[in-house]
Design a protein around this ligand. Structure first.
Ligand SMILES: *Cc1c(COP(=O)(O)O)cnc(C)c1O
Length: 401
């Protein structure tokens, strides 16, 4: 059985139009990196670019770089590089602060825009930070917090619903939610649709403009590969910018920051989502990392991601004992580029996999997560991982075929 999987993996890797991309990353020899959904790998060209930021832009040009190296305008300029990846026309994406901070901004801005509606609906299985921030926003603003599984959204919506914050891909199960249908359901009741696309940006073509998404945020250090702690982005569509009244009114979001005026007047465009001084080194690390997306078509990334995760699930079915391992990721096309297995001892297995050069992660209590970044993971990696897992689990699956 695994012999034929071997042949399939080799054939699929040979035919893979993205196979050459792995060379562009500085991955250590012998490593199978299945954590690109948490911290994307390092693009080869990034260190020299960052070196230039430090030695020349900072070291030589010093404070002049705010203008001469384009530092001050970098958040919106780099936002415009992300815009095509999320299906946004220029002028609607800005890179600033962390995802957590940006969740706070968009929730408060949405509640202000939707008054007198008072309900804030949040994904019950959301990444914890989104829920924690929403809870605090609720206490701060008096909004009523409603948590709901995205599947059950219809039952939670009413004429009181101000805004709904959902994740496009569930970080535990890898489930991909139907952004078009859920956004429409929000709009049908007059609620604003807010999306956190941290686990889907860089994985599949997004269509924020076309779907009429009201506000969105996303992390850049996951599949986008912007580097540890790279600042996140905020999407504010042109039509919503004049009303976008976010709570962190720092000088960075002001119309004329260098006028040092006594009263806050927000910038006219998406820059009003900024707060303070941008973290230039991280921001320009991200800028350099985004170069890889100049060479790839997201449709091809999506197509390989589905095929690769599908092949991985097939290997699990063939090689692992179903009484010990359950695939919790959907088997249809409603999944992102991550596969999660429910398995006892997930934490110990992550350590054991690491000893063989396979980097994965776990989420308590018993989820083993594998991220498949199509730019640097192949079919052979998928098969090798399941084979090692089978050996670690002791006995193989009952013989079949
Ligand atoms: C990764 C992730 C975050 C991360 O937030 P930080 O502020 O960067 O720590 C937030 N939300 C979701 C859904 C995520 O997947």
């Amino acid at each position: 059985v695994s012999g034929s999987l071997d042949l399939r993996a080799t054939a699929l890797d040979t035919d893979d139009p993205l196979a050459g991309m792995r060379e562009r990353f500085l991955l250590p020899e012998g490593i199978t990196y299945l954590d690109g959904n948490s911290l994307g790998a390092l693009l080869r060209t990034v260190p020299d670019r960052v070196d230039d930021v430090l030695r020349r832009q900072w070291g030589e040009l010093l404070i002049g770089s705010w203008d001469d190296s384009g530092w001050w305008d970098a958040p919106a300029r780099i936002g415009d590089r992300i815009a095509p990846l999320v299906g946004a026309a220029p002028g609607q994406v800005v890179v600033t602060d962390s995802t957590s901070v940006n969740v706070f901004k968009i929730l408060v801005a949405a509640l202000r825009a939707a008054a007198p509606r008072t309900d804030l609906v949040v994904d019950a299985s959301t990444f914890p930070t989104d829920a924690y921030i929403a809870e605090s926003v609720s206490r701060m603003t008096g909004a009523r917090l409603v948590t709901v599984e995205p599947d059950q959204l219809g039952g939670a919506l009413s004429t009181r619903t101000a805004a709904v914050l959902l994740n496009q891909v569930d970080y535990r199960t890898g489930r991909l939610h139907d952004m078009a249908a859920l956004t429409r359901a929000c709009h049908d009741t007059g609620a604003l649709a807010l999306w956190d696309v941290s686990h889907s940006v860089g994985v599949l073509p997004l269509e924020l403009d076309r779907l009429g998404v009201d506000l969105a945020v996303g992390a850049t250090y996951k599949f986008l590969g912007g580097g540890p702690g790279a600042p996140a982005f905020v999407y504010v569509p042109l039509a919503a910018q004049a009303q976008f009244d976010q709570p962190l009114t720092g000088w960075g979001g002001a119309a004329e920051p260098f006028a040092m005026g006594g009263t806050f007047v927000p910038a006219t465009g998406v820059d009003r989502a900024r707060t303070g001084t941008p973290d230039i080194v991280s921001l320009l690390t991200l800028d350099a990392a985004l170069d890889v997306w100049d060479h790839v078509d997201l449709a091809a990334v999506r197509s390989k991601g589905l095929s690769l995760t599908g092949f991985f699930i097939e290997c699990v079915d063939e090689l692992l004992d179903p009484s010990r391992v359950t695939v919790v990721t959907p088997r249809g096309h409603d999944r992102g580029h991550q596969v999660s297995l429910q398995i006892d001892g997930a934490e110990a297995l992550v350590r054991a996999l690491a000893e063989t050069g396979i980097v994965a992660d776990h989420r308590p209590p018993s989820l083993l997560r594998f991220g498949f970044a199509p730019l640097y993971v192949g079919y052979g990696d998928a098969l090798r991982t399941v084979t090692v897992l089978r050996d670690l689990l002791g006995a193989g699956a009952p013989a079949r075929g």
